[in-house]
Design a protein around this ligand. Structure first.
Ligand code: NCD
Length: 315
């Protein structure tokens, strides 16, 4: 485990298991302050810059809430159309300038690799808030926090991940992290949206190291549902399809409803990074399985922990 002060968090590979465990431990101590029940002015006078080149609700608002709960400030460029990006400014130039306005930078961008590029142009810590179909490491941290809260140990559980595994960046980071922790994975998707080979291989590689666990893949959710301890549902990432016709072919492939969950373990938790479109029936919200809104709240304490650690307010 290295010091987190000043580090970039671009991919889940940037963190070893001890560092992840430390972030989650610190996150647990942040919960009362994240709820506004306690004051933790650890980042007074510090500034977070948000460079969001893509739509966002949760990631953006939970980073803002996290920074403000720690008494820090947030700057962002609001509507993209009001920025110099429309004049053709490069990401590299934007970052070089923003680093002199802030202490830590969160980047969300439609292109895979954009956050890594941004990190190369600044000495300030850069956090990847999602790069195209690449990675979304802070979502993974909050997903791990949520699973640990509900299930205790991650080793040995079965996590069934369903939906758009090709373009869904949250599951790329999550699958790798879970395999390192010894969870078994079931990837369920239409064949055209299967988990990229390099992610499947990265997971298998972890299992070969002897951590336990295995990967199964298929397209029929019903045949896998009874084994799931966690059902992680994702949205078909419409905006990433080069051809709208291809999207139409796979839209509405899966819909998790109360009837399907009747065949799941009573203790199976249903997660979703949100936003959902129609892949989870709203009636599921009323069941014990549904934890996606608690999961979204967890974005705040987890991001508080990460910001406090990267900025050296907590060792
Ligand atoms: C996800 C994203 O942007 O990758 N949303 C999020 O950050 N919670 C998932 C999605 O958009 O489907």
């Amino acid at each position: 485990m290295g010091e987190l002060l000043g580090r970039d968090i671009v991919s889940i590979h940037d963190l070893d298991l001890d560092e992840i465990a430390h972030i989650l431990d610190v996150a647990a101590t942040m919960v009362p302050a994240a709820r506004g029940q306690e004051q933790r002015p650890l980042l007074h006078g510090r500034i977070l810059a948000e460079l969001f080149f893509e739509p966002s609700t949760r990631t953006r608002l939970s980073f803002e809430s996290a920074m403000k709960r720690l008494a820090g400030q947030v700057i962002n460029f609001g509507e993209l159309s009001t920025t110099s990006v429309v004049k053709g400014e490069t990401l590299a130039d934007t970052v070089r300038m923003v680093e002199s306005y802030s202490d830590v930078i969160v980047v969300r961008h439609p292109q895979e690799g954009a956050a890594r590029l941004a990190a190369d142009f600044t000495t300030k810590p850069v956090i990847n808030g999602g790069d195209g179909a690449g990675q979304h490491p802070t979502q993974t941290l909050l997903d791990l926090f949520t699973i640990t809260q509900r299930k205790g140990a991650i080793g040995g559980i079965n996590v069934t991940i369903v939906g758009d595994l090709k373009y869904g960046r949250t599951v790329h980071s999550l699958a790798v992290a879970l395999s390192r922790m010894g969870a078994s994975l079931t990837f369920v998707s239409p064949a055209s949206l299967a988990m990229p080979t390099e992610i499947v291989e990265a997971c298998r590689n972890e299992y070969r190291k002897g951590n336990g666990g295995s990967v199964r893949m298929g397209s029929d959710l019903e045949s896998f549902i009874s084994a799931a301890d966690v059902l992680y549902v994702t949205r078909i990432q419409k905006e990433r399809f080069p051809d709208p016709e291809e999207y139409r072919k796979v839209a509405n492939t899966y819909r998790v409803d109360v009837e399907l969950l009747g065949r799941a373990k009573g203790s199976c938790i249903v997660m979703h990074p949100l936003p959902r479109v129609d892949e989870i029936d709203p009636a599921v919200d009323e069941t014990e399985h549904a934890i996606y809104f608690d999961q979204a709240f967890n974005g705040v304490p987890v991001r508080m922990a990460l910001l406090a650690l990267l900025l050296g307010a907590i060792p």
